[in-house]
Design a protein around this ligand. Structure first.
Ligand code: NAD
Ligand code: WQD
Length: 336
């Protein structure tokens, strides 16, 4: 079985390629390297001992996609490609709508023409908005996103639902990720932010390695045990394994399903900092800063549906997430 991976050079895509190859799938990657490096492709090859087929192609390039579908047998698509910086999306909404939504529509047209009609899509817990109370369940209302990035995920979910309603031959899995962190055990691939990280874990690891001086903890007056925000951090290799399970389902039957991919456990900002300090032996310099606009106090998954229907659950704990992040960061202080 051969799977087309859009955005396969990126953080989650690269780890998923490794898990897919280990599970016996062939992968064909397309990426425009707008937020990644071709070095990631070499590293996937090094980890798996395989020659990796990769095309430098934008998902908005219908002619390029057509050629790739014509020249390669593709049984299903896993669609990671997209822009993902929440703050940037507020300043550049059109870029986000064009790249994420426009790109997905072009990709879906190409998939349809090629006739494979099977797709796993990277959605996000952000579609739950700010009103629901954790643990978040798949049947809770979505909407009320606070930034264009989140809105692109919400709209793409709806586009995929509409597509299925128009043609029941499609087989679609919407995966709502919580907070992916960690890296592959080899230390060869990991998260590689281009600019100053927006997310907590890459910020912590860059402070630890000496690239950044001090972490701002955004608020310690939330209604949580230590006052800092609580999130559901999930090891990226567990997340990647969830894609293999979702792919099996998509290959096996038509339909549309949505799954939370999280651990179901909430961890505070201070708990994550202290876990990182413990496993790395490094002191993380931090200060308490005002709350960040758009943040909720608590966000974690009910991952029960993925366990019941896909037989998947996250296995790795926060210490392992920190250990693996640290190995990657230490070995690659400047990223790829
Ligand atoms: P990433 O930026 O590391 O990977 C995305 C990849 O897509 C990059 O390699 C980038 O170059 C590529 N890309 C972007 N636009 C493209 C285009 N038009 N054509 C071809 N390639 C393009 O991000 P990631 O963290 O690996 O996230 C993967 C997906 O998961 C994204 O859709 C993201 O929105 C979603 N997601 C991520 C998180 C997270 O916290 N990392 C959480 C929820 C959902
Ligand atoms: C986690 C916690 C912050 C940075 C985002 C997106 C979401 C999804 C995952 C893509 C919060 C605190 C953070 C810092 C801090 N991405 N924090 N100092 O906001 O839960 O989710 O990434 O879909 O859509 O919104 O993740 O890592 O930014 O923040 O104190 O420098 O860490 O306030 O409590 P978030 P995060």
């Amino acid at each position: 079985m051969s799977v087309l991976i859009t955005g396969g050079a990126g953080y989650i895509g690269s780890h998923t390629c490794v898990e897919l190859i280990n599970a016996g799938y062939d992968v064909v990657i397309i990426d425009n390297f707008s937020n990644s490096s071709p070095e990631a492709i070499k590293r996937i090859g090094k980890i798996t001992g395989r020659e990796i087929k990769c095309f430098n192609c934008d998902i908005r390039d219908s002619k390029g996609l057509e050629k790739i579908f014509a020249g390669n047998k593709i049984d299903a698509v896993i669609h990671f490609a997209g822009l993902k910086a929440v703050g940037e999306s507020i300043h550049k909404p059109l870029e986000y709508y064009d790249n994420n939504i426009g790109g997905t529509v072009t990709l879906l047209e190409s998939i349809k023409k090629a006739g494979c009609k099977k797709i796993v899509f990277s959605s996000s817990a952000t579609v739950y908005g700010m009103k629901n109370t954790s643990p978040l369940k798949e049947d809770m209302p979505t909407g009320g996103t606070t930034n264009p990035y989140g809105t692109t995920k919400l709209y793409i979910e709806q586009i995929l639902r509409d597509l299925y309603a128009s043609d029941g031959e499609w087989s679609i899995s919407l995966l709502r990720y919580f907070n992916p962190i960690g890296a592959h055990k080899s230390g060869l691939i990991g998260e590689n932010p281009r600019d100053i990280p927006n997310n907590l874990m890459p910020y912590i690891s860059q402070v630890a390695v000496g690239r950044l001086r001090c972490l701002n903890v955004f608020g310690n007056d939330y209604d949580t045990p230590d006052g800092t925000g609580i999130r559901d951090y999930i090891h990226v290799v567990d997340l990647a394994a969830g894609h293999v399970k979702a792919l099996e389902k998509v290959l096996g039957e038509s339909g549309i399903s949505v799954y939370n991919l999280g651990t179901g456990k909430g961890v505070s900002v201070l708990e994550l900092i202290h876990a990182f300090e413990k496993v790395s032996g490094k002191k993380i310099n931090y200060r308490i800063a005002p709350r960040r606009k758009g943040d909720v106090a608590v966000c974690f998954a009910d991952p029960g549906k993925a366990l019941r229907e896909l037989g998947w659950k996250a296995e790795r704990d926060v210490d392992e997430m920190c250990e693996d992040t640290w190995r990657w960061q230490k070995n690659n202080p400047e990223g790829f």
